[in-house]
Design a binder for this molecule. Sequence first.
Ligand code: SF4
Ligand code: SF4
Length: 55
Amino acid sequence: MIVTDRCQGCGACLLTCPERAIRPHGQPLLVLDALCTGCGECIEVCPADAIEESP
Ligand code: SF4
Ligand code: SF4
């Protein structure tokens, strides 16, 4: 997953990710692909539509 610059920093994805794969890293946030399972929960919870699937 990739957090784009649409991120508003609300933190909802950090709390939602079951793998704790999303980490504060300034803005945009950093997704650790080694931990991400691609479950898509972060995409659903993001109010800014800021998270996209990795290319
Ligand atoms: S849920 Fe969306 S807007 Fe909120 S911190 Fe995560 S990526 Fe940013
Ligand atoms: S797709 Fe799932 S595992 Fe990957 S960052 Fe989003 S919530 Fe976490």
